[in-house]
Design a protein around this ligand. Structure first.
Ligand SMILES: Nc1ncnc2c1ncn2[C@@H]1O[C@H](COP(=O)(O)OP(=O)(O)O)[C@@H](O)[C@H]1O
Ligand SMILES: [Mg+2]
Length: 255
């Protein structure tokens, strides 16, 4: 049986929201429309607007409402920034960017920074050789300085989490956070599997805010194993790849 993949961010979020435990980690997420955008932007001041079935950070939009400016409404997609004096001006411009595709709107999280660049974390969770879920790796992704996404395919740099977290927390706190994220990854996999029985691997994108609180931004069902090759320790990637071969994502071993 083929590995199950789910594209729709909205569908995956809806499943996760059913879990009392996991829903606390999910920033408010709604289907994008004029109303949800306006309400959430007024409330949070910063939101992310994302294609429902996008990946690689493509088409992801950050929208800000700044109280101090003459043109308070601002959005950024890739490296392009636009400003508007009215909500309607902003909304019209967003619609033309979207070209009729379905979008979601999510509360924006102020990501922790490292050397003035934002970063988030990727938690890899896989079916292991005895058919149990296992968290096989956690890696940091440092965003390109001019962009609002951290994806490797949008110019982000994969880095060990210690490199990114050490100025923000002690070693003991880092250990505690990675244990917590490993467990959250397992819980997320099990919750999704209850609805999607044939998933074998997930990659959870986790934001850490300035209160050091983790948030699940999205869950990928086709996570890229190869970013883990960038870690100094090859044993992490080797195990990840071995599990991929085990559930049939790749045919043979590579070095
Ligand atoms: N709510 C958010 N708050 C802050 N940053 C976000 C938010 N949502 C997404 N991002 C940033 O954009 C990146 C891409 O968003 P994501 O939802 O993972 O879509 P994709 O499927 O394109 O990877 C994230 O890794 C993160 O860097
Ligand atoms: Mg992502």
């Amino acid at each position: 049986m083929a590995i199950q993949r789910i594209q729709s961010k909205w569908a995956k979020t809806a499943v996760l929201l059913r879990s009392e435990h996991i829903r606390r980690y999910i920033p408010l997420t709604l289907r994008f429309n004029r109303n949800t955008l306006k309400t959430m932007l007024e409330h949070y001041g910063m939101v992310y607007v994302k294609p429902d079935s996008g990946s690689f950070g493509l088409g992801v939009i950050r929208v800000d409402k700044l109280s101090t400016e003459i043109k308070p409404y601002k959005f950024q997609v890739s490296e392009r920034i636009r400003r508007y004096s009215t909500f309607d001006g902003l909304y019209k411009a967003l619609l033309s960017t979207q070209k009729g595709r379905a979008y979601i709107v999510q509360r924006g999280i102020a990501l922790l920074q490292h050397e003035n660049r934002r970063f988030d974390l990727r938690v890899m969770v896989q079916h292991n050789e005895i058919g149990e879920w296992e968290t096989t790796g956690i890696i940091g992704r440092l965003g390109h300085p001019a962009k609002i996404v951290t994806n490797y395919h949008s110019g982000g740099t994969p880095l060990p989490i210690a490199t990114l977290l050490s100025t923000h927390m002690s070693e003991a706190e880092q250990t505690e956070l990675s244990n917590r994220l490993s467990q959250l990854g397992l819980d997320t996999a099990k919750t999704l599997q209850a609805r999607y029985p044939r998933i074998k691997e997930i990659g959870v994108d986790v934001a850490i805010d300035y209160e050091l609180r983790p948030w699940i931004l999205e869950v990928n069902t086709r996570p890229d194993p190869f970013i883990f090759r960038k870690l100094g320790d090859p044993s992490v990637f080797n195990r990840i790849y071995r599990y991929c071969v085990g559930y049939g994502r790749y045919r043979r071993k590579i070095r």
